[in-house]
Design a protein around this ligand. Structure first.
Ligand code: PMP
Length: 323
C-alpha cells in the first residue's frame, strides 16, 4: 500500500509486493528517518477479520512521527490502509490456532539530499506476513539475557518512538544474547539506578505471590506497549493490583529467592504473552519457579488471545473489524 505525503495522503493503492525504487541519497538510507508499527489481524470463526486496538497503534505512530520529524497520518487513513491491504487477499489471513496476519505499517523519508534536515517527501506503506508463535513451535518459556554493555534508550532520545534506529542500536545486544543461548535481551535504565526497562521487542511484568502485578513505570524512554496497557486492564479486571513502578534486578533475584515473585512474563504484539523461564546475567541466572509458565501468566494470555481471536467477549471494545 503506498500513499504519498506530498499533497496529502489521498492516492492510496494496493500494489503487488516487490522492491521499492529509491534514490541512493534518500534521507532514510543515511539518517534513519523512519518509523513503524506492528499489529495483527485475526480471523474469527465466522470468517471475519479483526485487528486489536489499531487506533492505539495509529496514535503511537503519530507520537513516533512527531519525534522523528515526519508528518502525522490521520487515524482513519492508518486503519483504512490495513483494511484495504487485508481485503486485497483475504486468503492470507491464517485461521490456525494462535496464527494471525502480522501487519507492518511504516513511513520512510524518501527525499534525496545530503544535508541533515527533516525530509519533505515521505512514503507510507504497509506490508504483511502470516505469523505463528513468535518464538517458533509450541509456547515455551523463553530465556533472556541481561545486557549491561548496552542501553536501548536514553533521556531525551527516541526510546518512546517506534523507529528503526532504536532497533539498530539494540542488535549488538541481541547478538550477545544469542551467543548466550537466549532469545531476547533485557535492557536496564542507566539513568535510573539500572532499573529494569524492557526487552528488545517486549515489555516485562512480574507476578507477586500476594496477587500484585508489577511492571516498570514508563520513564520517557520505554515503548508504550499496547499489549502492556491491555494486560494492565485485564489484570485489574481480575482483581489483581497493578503497580507501575521501579523494579531492579536485585528485587527480582531476591523476590524469586524468597518466593515473593512467582512469575515473570514478556508481552508484545508478536509474542502476545510469553512466560520468562530464566534471566541469564554475567553474575548468574535467575530461574523462574517451576517451568516458568505460571498460572497468572497463562490465564491472562488465554484471555487476551481469546479476545483477539473472538472466543472471549471483548468487554473493552478493543476489536476493530477489518473485513
Ligand atoms: N517494547 C519494544 C521495544 C517493542 O518493540 C515492542 C513491540 N512493538 C513492545 C515493547 C511491545 O509493544 P506492543 O505491545 O505494542 O506490541
Amino acid at each position: 500500500v503506498g500513499a504519498d505525503g506530498q499533497g496529502g495522503w489521498g492516492n492510496a493503492r494496493v500494489e503487488p509486493y516487490g522492491p521499492i525504487a529509491m534514490d541512493p541519497a534518500a534521507a532514510v538510507l543515511h539518517y534513519g528517518q523512519e518509523i513503524f508499527e506492528g499489529l495483527k489481524a485475526y480471523r474469527h470463526a465466522d470468517g471475519s477479520v479483526w485487528s486489536f486496538r489499531p487506533e492505539a497503534n495509529a496514535a503511537r505512530f503519530n507520537t513516533s512521527a512527531r519525534r522523528l520529524a515526519l508528518p502525522e497520518l490521520p487515524e482513519e487513513t492508518f486503519i483504512e490502509s490495513l483494511r484495504q491491504l487485508v481485503a486485497a487477499d483475504q486468503d492470507w489471513v491464517p485461521s490456525g490456532d494462535g496464527e494471525a496476519l502480522y501487519l507492518r505499517p511504516f513511513m520512510i523519508a524518501t527525499e534525496a539530499f545530503l544535508g541533515v534536515r527533516p525530509a519533505r517527501e515521505v512514503s507510507y506503506r504497509v506490508i504483511a506476513s502470516p505469523a505463528g508463535n513468535y518464538f517458533g513451535g509450541e509456547l515455551q518459556p523463553v530465556s533472556i539475557w541481561l545486557s549491561t554493555a548496552y542501553a536501548r534508550a536514553g533521556e531525551g532520545g527516541t526510546g518512546e518512538a517506534k523507529c528503526g534506529g532504536n532497533y539498530a542500536a539494540s542488535l549488538a545486544a541481541q547478538m550477545e544474547a544469542e551467543a548466550q543461548g537466549c532469545k531476547q535481551v533485557l535492557f536496564l535504565d542507566p539513568f535510573n539506578d539500572n532499573a529494569i526497562e524492557e526487552l528488545g521487542g517486549m515489555n516485562i511484568f512480574f507476578v507477586f505471590k500476594d496477587g500484585r502485578l508489577v511492571t516498570p513505570a514508563l520513564n520517557g524512554h520505554i515503548l508504550h506497549g499496547i499489549t502492556r496497557s491491555s494486560v494492565m486492564q485485564l489484570a485489574a479486571d481480575r482483581g489483581l493490583k497493578v503497580q507501575e513502578r521501579k523494579i531492579t534486578i536485585d528485587e527480582w533475584r531476591e523476590g524469586v529467592a524468597s518466593g515473593e515473585i512467582t512469575e515473570a512474563f514478556a508481552c508484545g504484539t508478536a509474542a502476545v504473552i510469553t512466560p520468562i523461564g530464566e534471566l541469564k546475567t554475567a553474575e548468574g541466572t535467575i530461574a523462574s519457579p517451576g517451568s516458568g509458565a505460571g498460572e497468572v501468566t497463562m490465564a491472562i494470555r488465554e484471555q487476551l488471545l481469546g479476545i483477539q481471536t473472538g472466543v472471549v467477549e471483548d468487554l473493552h471494545g478493543w476489536l476493530t473489524r477489518l473485513v
